[in-house]
Design a binder for this molecule. Sequence first.
Ligand code: NDP
Length: 253
Amino acid sequence: MDAALRGTVALVTGASSGIGAATAEALADRGAAVALVARRAERLDELSGRLRDAGATALVIAADMTDETQVREAVERTVNELGRLDTLVNNAGLMILGRAADAGTDEWRRMTDINLTGLMNTTHAALPHLIAAAADGDRRVADIVNVSSVAGRLAVATAAGYCATKYGVVAFSEALRQETAAQHVRVSVVEPGAVDTELREHNSPEVQEQLTRLFGSIERLEARDVADTIGYIVSRPRHVAVSELLVRPTEQV
Ligand code: NDP
């Protein structure tokens, strides 16, 4: 365990699998107490058990982050039970691919609700606590890390709805960064390429086959590769803001 984040508290959304679970581990490994947020409580319990066995502090919060009341409760529980909030990782997300003409508009709404509106609402609920943390404590800086995607930088056919949500995350992050810079609340956006997680499993078998054809022959990123990137961002000294990082598998074109 390195001590860069000792005495800090992090809230990670989508901590029940993939990048979120690995990020919670990476932040705990750097000394942060972590609030683990997602809907699948049993997955969160499993992870918190592992973190506690390793000597970390973990709080499980089962919540649907598309529900604004649950979002606010998750943030308030974190601050009440862990004492403060220094780091928010907005990672929870959903990707359903397909041509726009064939998409159910319900799929677009579900992606927007979690990828964009959920992220914005979580940020809104957390901001006063992050500003307070940056004004108080040894580090005098706080962080919001928003997980977008390569799909938030390059739009591609069959991903119109998903790209729209992830471009939205990039725009929201940059505008917010300008607003909170003077208060030392850093806002960063991370844009992963193909990562080996459960994300693709919400798609039809046909789309999953297409993804296998596209990415099956390359060595994809592991969730912990993205978690390392997030750990790097939030452990920079107070005067260093890594505002944006695009991280691809080496072979991804
Ligand atoms: P996973 O499917 O493994 O993780 C998604 C996480 O989001 C789960 O923990 C899920 O938890 C959570 N989540 C989804 N909906 C909700 C909700 N309504 N409320 C609370 N939590 C929710 O995929 P990844 O780890 O890959 O995805 C994490 C992020 O990374 C996403 O934003 C994704 O878009 C992004 N990303 C992923 C890439 C990849 O190739 N895998 C590439 C680029 C970006 P639960 O179901 O328990 O609620």
